[in-house]
Design a protein around this ligand. Sequence first.
Ligand code: PBG
Length: 328
Amino acid sequence: MTEIDRPVIRPRRLRQTPALRRMVAETSVEPRHLVLPVFVREGIDAPVPISSMPGQVQHTRDSVRKAAAEAAEAGIGGLMLFGVPSVKDAVGSGALDPDGILNLAIADVVAEVGTALTVMSDLCLDEFTSHGHCGVLDETGRIDNDRTLELYAEMALAHAAAGVHMVGPSGMMDGQVGVVRSALDGAGRSDVSILAYGAKYASAFYGPFREAVGSSLEGDRRTYQQDPANALEGVREALLDVEQGADIVMVKPGLPYLDVLRQVKDAVDIPVAAYNISGEYSMVEAAAANGWIDREPAILETLTAFRRAGADVILTYWAVEAARLLRR
Ligand code: PBG
């Protein structure tokens, strides 16, 4: 046998037993870190499975209450509500209607869980517009940023009136966080907090979500969502949101943007969230269904990666299931 220099430093020593590994783990995922996104659809009387997101459904008003109660039971941090109206128009009128599906669902869920969960709402027009854009269009067909802001302000007040705890402006219009903050404050609702989509990229990984909200997007979102090539721009967007009054900033998508998440975490002094989006969910589900990866460890590894990269909060379609796995 060849003589070797035997190593003195042996990192493997701390990996020998589960107890040792557990003791020195740098990060952990807990149910409280997780937020479940849910879809509520108008005019259906049974939940409708979303084929592009196996295991996820469009809820009825009744079934979303049950899902919320289960989520509270599982001890997760919150719910993010998305509305799927049966009628869409050019200006997304359903978003402002107090009897619109999202506003009704907010009130239903708050009535069900009270403050046991943080109830959040997607504050965006794309689910409500016939053209599928996050804002309204001007006569030339371009997104009208400032007219859209006026609608976001009204939408925030509608959500607040329905009892929401936290709104999530996700349309990537310039100035949206400031406008929403001042609308809420002006209406005496400084208690409603803002989860700002700080860095939100124009991503191909949103694909499965489009079926979930029945979106018929014409064109793409590249004039408002960010270019995947840019990380500094993501940090700048997040800093602007902090200046405008964001309580939490989010990076979205998740897995392909963990570097941006880390940079944002280092740049701000408020909690940072990550959105483990539909495409990331469906890739794992599809591979697992084919027997190509081991599903539960893949889910837990994904969530751990978000925490390691700096996420304080993780929006994930696996929230309730993961909370149960973590308790085991
Ligand atoms: C916009 C919005 C989108 C998602 C959440 N909010 C779609 C988009 O920006 O194109 C995507 C979420 C997911 O893919 O899981 N209201």
